[in-house]
Design a protein around this ligand. Sequence first.
Ligand SMILES: [Zn+2]
Length: 111
Amino acid sequence: MRLLPLFLIELVFRLPFLSRPAFLVDVVSECPAREELRAGMVLVEMRDGYLKWAHLECPKCGDHIQLPLAGKDQWTIKVDFLRRPTLAPSIWERTTCGAHFFLTRGRLDWC
Ligand SMILES: [Zn+2]
């Protein structure tokens, strides 16, 4: 994944005609601790060039949501040049708070 530096993207979204999407992407090399999660960020865990997990703070309850990006029951993530993530399928926290939403180009859509 080739990405522009995050500070640059955050600057771009301060321009008057753009608004920052609900979520942007950053890349991490290890599973983040709960306190390393940031609101409005999807942390993509990559190891040796392979996508492993997507980590984010649940927009409803603040729990640590972990989505596998490899293996059988995986999510797919696309990141555009403005670091806006699209995750498929939808995210549904069935066993916890019940949050059910889509992330599309960084936009959060509740189901
Ligand atoms: Zn939740």
